[in-house]
Unconditional design. Structure first.
Length: 128
C-alpha cells in the first residue's frame, strides 16, 4: 500500500495543497518498505489528486485539506486522513498501529496562501 503525507521537512504539513513536498511511503505487512520524498508538483485544482493517483497512492495523510480536494481523492478511491500533526515517523507509527484517526482539518481553505511552494513561512493564525 502506498501512502502520501503532506510534508514540510520531517513534519506533517498543515497545508496539503501548498506543502513543500510529499513523503511517499510503501507499507507491506505493517512494515515500511520504501520512502521517497517528492516535490509538490504545484497547487492547481485537481492536479495533486490526479498526480498522486498516478503514483499509486491509496491513502493521503495531511494536517489540513479542503473539501474539494477530499472529494477528488474520494473519486479516485483514495482515503484521506486529515488532522494529522507532528513528526512523520510518529504519524507513520500510529498509522501502522491503527491508532491514527482522521480528524478536523488543521486549516481553513485559503489559509495556506503564501506558504510552502510559495514561500517558507506560514503566516496564518493557529487559533480556531
Amino acid at each position: 500500500m502506498k501512502i502520501s503525507i503532506s510534508s514540510d521537512r520531517n513534519l506533517v504539513s498543515a497545508h496539503f495543497g501548498r506543502c513543500p513536498e510529499f513523503t511517499l511511503v510503501d507499507i507491506q505487512d505493517n512494515k515500511i518498505i520504501k520512502t521517497e520524498i517528492i516535490s509538490n508538483p504545484g497547487h492547481a485544482p485537481g492536479a495533486i489528486p490526479e498526480y498522486l493517483h498516478g503514483k499509486g497512492v491509496k491513502i493521503v495523510i495531511c494536517g489540513g485539506i479542503g473539501a474539494r480536494a477530499t472529494q477528488l481523492f474520494n473519486e479516485y478511491g483514495i482515503q484521506v486522513i486529515a488532522g494529522a500533526s507532528g513528526e512523520i515517523n510518529d504519524v507513520l507509527e500510529a498509522f501502522i498501529k491503527g491508532t491514527l484517526a482522521s480528524g478536523k482539518s488543521l486549516c481553513i481553505p485559503g489559509d495556506g496562501r503564501g506558504y510552502g511552494i510559495d514561500k517558507t513561512v506560514c503566516d496564518h493564525s493557529n487559533e480556531d
